[in-house]
Design a protein around this ligand. Structure first.
Ligand code: HEM
Ligand code: HEM
Length: 183
């Protein structure tokens, strides 16, 4: 809780929530950079280089998403009390969609990894079981949906960032500061 909070006594995101939020941001940025640079994945593409990085970073994203959701259940942070009803509805819908995508998108990628016969490892730490056997038809479809949903994620993140900037530059309230380190 920052001393300069507009409404003293109002809860803001704690250090754990802020750390997980920006860790997730860094992982997603890295994941798009990897995915846009890695070779097109075909049935005979070997699991090496950036393709292997994509699987590991993806496994990290899924892990952090689960941690974040658990933290949100233990220590939920209410939206700022001063927000208007339409702002609350839009913010809640955006946050819920983001959480949903952060779980569903990696799960579909994990299934697609099975289709290609890849082994998903969280770097050297943990090996995840295959969700589907190599060549399974539904897992190939999962890969197609995975590719489409990455664009949906980009669009929803864009809306989310526009909301943060709207609060900072137009409304000039402290919504953005709630998520910044040390403010
Ligand atoms: C939020 C996390 C993730 C993002 C943003 C992401 C992003 C992407 C993008 C942009 C592509 C290229 C799609 C295209 O061809 O147009 C891709 C493909 C792929 N990703 Fe991910 N990915 C994520 C998580 C994962 C995870 C966790 C796995 C596996 C453990 C994974 C496995 C794959 C595979 C196998 C493909 C090839 C799919 C196909 O061509 O059918 N991804 N991903
Ligand atoms: C990959 C990109 C991002 C993802 C997936 C993401 C996801 C989320 C989620 C799920 C929440 C809701 C937290 C909760 O209440 O449990 C949240 C809150 C927030 N995010 Fe992001 N975020 C991203 C990038 C950004 C960026 C770039 C900014 C700033 C420009 C930002 C600013 C905020 C702010 C200010 C809040 C708190 C909103 C409030 O007080 O209600 N986020 N984010």
């Amino acid at each position: 809780m920052g001393p300069a909070s507009a409404d003293p006594g109002e809860r803001t995101y704690d250090t754990v929530a802020r750390t997980l939020h920006w860790l997730m941001f860094a992982l997603i940025a890295a994941q798009f950079a990897i995915a846009w640079t890695m070779p097109e994945i075909e049935p005979d593409t070997p699991q090496e280089g950036l393709v292997d990085w994509h699987l590991s970073v993806g496994a990290a994203i899924l892990s952090v998403a689960v941690l974040r959701l658990m933290w949100r259940v233990i220590r939920p942070t209410p939206l700022m009390a001063a927000m208007k009803p339409w702002e609350r509805r839009l913010a809640r819908a955006t946050h819920d969609t983001l959480y949903l995508l952060l779980i569903v998108l990696p799960l579909l990628g994990w299934a697609a990894a099975g289709f290609f016969g890849y082994t998903v490892r969280l770097f050297g730490v943990l090996t995840l079981p295959a969700l589907a056997a190599k060549g399974t038809h539904w897992a190939e479809v999962a890969g197609d949906i995975h590719a489409v949903l990455t664009n949906v994620l980009l669009a929803v993140v864009g809306l989310h960032v526009a909301g943060a900037l709207y609060h900072y530059f137009i409304l000039r309230d402290r919504v953005l500061q709630r998520m910044l380190p040390g403010v």
